[in-house]
Design a protein around this ligand. Sequence first.
Ligand code: ADP
Length: 550
Amino acid sequence: MNKKSLVLQDFLFFITTFLIFIISISLVLTYSRKESDDNLVHYSEIVLALYDEENNDYSEVDKTFNESIDIRVTILNGSNGDVIYDNNPNYNQEENRLNEFLNYADKGIYEKYSLTLNEKMFYLVRSDDSNYIRVGILKSEVMEVTNNIALYGSISLILLNVIYFILSYLYFKKNIDTLKEEVIKLDSLVNPQSFIKDFDIQDLKNTMSKSYTLINEQINEVKSEKEKYEFILNNISEGFIVLDLNYNIIQINKYALNIFNKNFNEVYGHNIVYLYNASNLLNNIEKMDKTFKSFKEKIDERIYEFEINKITFNNINLIAILFIDITNEENTEIMKKEFFANASHELKSPLTSIIGYQELIKEGIIKDNNEIKNISEKTLKESIRMKNIVLDMLELSKLESKEVKEIERLNLKEIIEDIISSNEVLIKQKNIKITANLKDFYINSSFEDIQKLLSNIISNAINYNNINGEIELILKDNSFICKDNGIGIKKEDLPRIFERFYRVDKSRSKENSGTGLGLAIVKHICLNYHYKIKVDSKFGLGTTFTIIFK
Ligand code: ADP
């Protein structure tokens, strides 16, 4: 409420009380008029009863009224207008009252200035056969009560209004002062540059509405910052958890919740052990001598790198934990190590035997020409195997680096037929029967890759087959099937045959100049071209490879 409305409110209060006052005054006036009317009628009744008209005896009237100063009683002769009786001895003898008496006779109360009493009077005239009786009372008498009420009423009314105004002003000022203090605080909070120390009502209103807008903007800003922060936190591919010093979870992102298959409400405020068996994490936190520590931990077959940070936020000490799934990196690292160990081992053994043979020849320990020829054949075979290993390793590294190759439209049927004829010697040696059920089938690919893919599978079917074995090659409906009835692969070896250098039977592989990298190359080509590869094998019965092209 401002000052204007305070004044308006007071004005309304005044008008209301004034109206009530006026109504009360008029009610009192009406009542006192009625009272005086009743009195006049009553006095006239008494005069009529006391006056003996027949004998013109007004002694009883006189007895009753001659001492009444306030009541005037006059009896008039109706035929000549002479005053028969008047309780005021000073009445004017000369005044002609007949007309007045005739005019007002039995017509109710009327007002008239009395020349006798020099005052305004209320009169009532009653006719009594040939005479008239008039009773009158002082108007001032009637009005006195009303005047008193009006006077004291007005004074009380004004006093009441003044008190009301002062009280409401004090109340208003007290509230406004409190409000001002709060608004100044609010203003300095939302607008630190503000130097306002005092306001009028309009300023107060403006400041409040400005503060409202500012607060609203700031709330929206905070909201959007919070949303942004939550969005980022929930979309990073790292787990993020914040603990208090009692290890209770006070913040956790979606990634972390998904890993432990929990939802926010389930874990919020609970100890970290409620999320998972965090003994290792807690040990690490307890052993922290600096504000940062990192360690690796395996959880449900995945390896995570944990980073613990001791942080202070708003004077509260907290523990922030960030963890990343490093399973793939770790596995790649392990694979790399294994690969180098295997590769060096694979190359070392043929080299050792080559060097050994050459030393025997050099030292003259082996002199026999036939033996030397035999050793030369062996070292040549080992060298070819070494060369094959190196070529296969190069091939694998090319495939891994996704080197861009020339893509051609290739008929798989023709490539398969070429592979069969290039293996003709071995097929004949082992007397293997090949059934080729091939339809023309075209794909867009690098010739080199497709040739490698198919020849590795077909040569394995020949190499790991028995004498007089059989191979069925089918090319239809987007797929290539190579089915042999060879030695087969044991169930436990089957998942590992695509690993680098993995060979079920090392000596047999060596015999075939196998490198142990053929199927690793096959797997890589399929990965690069999104081909699907399946193996079915029964140990001792045979193996079927199926490749489904896109
Ligand atoms: P390798 O150079 O030794 O042939 P591969 O990677 O081509 O290496 O094959 C891995 C291993 O899988 C082989 O050593 C062999 O033990 C097994 N293998 C592959 N193909 C067949 C098959 N058709 N029948 C039986 N065993 C097979």
